[in-house]
Design a protein around this ligand. Sequence first.
Ligand code: PGA
Length: 257
Amino acid sequence: MSVSQPVFAANWKMHLGPSGTAAFVRDFAARHEPAPDRSVVFFPPSISLTAFRHAAGSRPDLQLGVQDVHQERFGAHTGAISAEMAADAGARWGLAGHSERRREFGDTDALVAAKVKRLYEAGLQPVLCVGETLDERETGRLEEVLSRQVGAVLAALDGDERESLVYAYEPVWAIGTGRTATPADAADAHRFLREEIGRLASPEIGSRAVILYGGSVKPANIAALLAAEGVDGVLVGGASLDPEGFAAICKAGRGAG
Ligand code: PGA
């Protein structure tokens, strides 16, 4: 899948059921014109995927993704959904490794790698989320953590998959806290990730990798973050729940900011 950059991705987490999703899409679509020079992707709760697809019926530029999938294709896994089911519901993207999944649900590096594999097998574009906690950053373990999280997944992928994997660098201490990484912090982490992907896959794959920044992105800081070196887009949580604010974010990088 070719990905237009920059990428503006909305992670709604456990917000907006089917009717809230339909209302959001109507509001957002009226504020955001289709734009081929960027990707706009929404990750609603899985119960709202179908409502999103119906509400966005005439707007294929509003792309759809799933927040989490089970690592198996089907079976006795009460409460879970598979990547194939998400694809059937209209999803084309899938998140894996979000820090909330790692922390609340125990998604390990090995499980994240299995989920990324499954997303590829179902024809979805995975976005691998990585990032360090405050303690890991303050004790000098940023690079060790990013390297481990990326390495576990790249080791499980074949060549084509390695080439197309999309990444989101999300420092855990910046998620939902209002405390954003500075553009310089983001640029440093993205540079390290790119080098690491280059070392583990190939230098070309590292230099071309699409790496998003996530963590308290909002209309007031989007221009500076997007201007940081190596930042190819953003993954937005809280601020993506406001159609007006997210439409403003999705205009960034167009000269007018
Ligand atoms: P936030 O969340 O924008 O609310 O910090 C980002 C994310 O978790 O993807």
